[in-house]
Write a protein that binds this ligand. Structure first.
Ligand code: CMP
Length: 141
């Protein structure tokens, strides 16, 4: 028996722009080919209350109203991914926030030209992963 702790988990949202553009398979395949596990997955449309909770740290920012409209404007795919250092690994795969500046080879760098419609959200720390997984998949907690 191994005594190592279970792999880390992260919450990923494949955003409404990715669903609308038919990029769900492309994005999922990058995570799968990296060797990450899909622990949970659901297609869902975010409502206003969930948007305010999920983006609690951004609700007072100027970019929040259009971000909220975008994120609640159509179905998205929510995932829990797991694997070794998955939080940092996924953030590396998706690239920096602004798709115009994200490095080539990353999901945003290859596929997005926007800092709002940037295809994917991923938890940025162990604490935010715990909080976001509890919001989207309370049955896993
Ligand atoms: P995400 O990783 O989901 O976290 C917050 C989101 O807000 C971000 O991706 C973008 O979609 C959006 N965002 C962040 N900064 C800006 C900005 N300056 N203008 C517009 N949208 C932004």
């Amino acid at each position: 028996m191994s005594s190592s702790s279970p792999d880390e988990r992260t919450l990923v949202l494949i955003k409404p722009d990715a669903v609308r553009r038919g990029l769900v398979g492309e994005i999922m395949s990058r995570f799968e080919r990296k060797g990450l596990r899909i622990d949970a997955m659901v297609s869902r449309t975010m409502d206003a209350a969930l948007a305010d909770e999920h983006y609690a740290e951004h609700v007072d920012k100027a970019f929040y109203p259009p971000l909220k409209a975008f994120m609640t404007g159509g179905p998205l795919v929510a995932l829990v991914l797991s694997g070794d250092e998955v939080i940092d690994v996924v953030r590396g795969l998706i690239g920096s926030t602004d798709g115009r500046k994200a490095a080539a080879g990353t999901i945003r760098g290859d596929l997005s030209l926007s800092n709002r419609e940037n295809l994917v959200h991923a938890s940025d720390s162990v604490d935010s992963a715990k909080r976001e997984i509890a919001l989207w998949f309370p049955e896993l907690v």
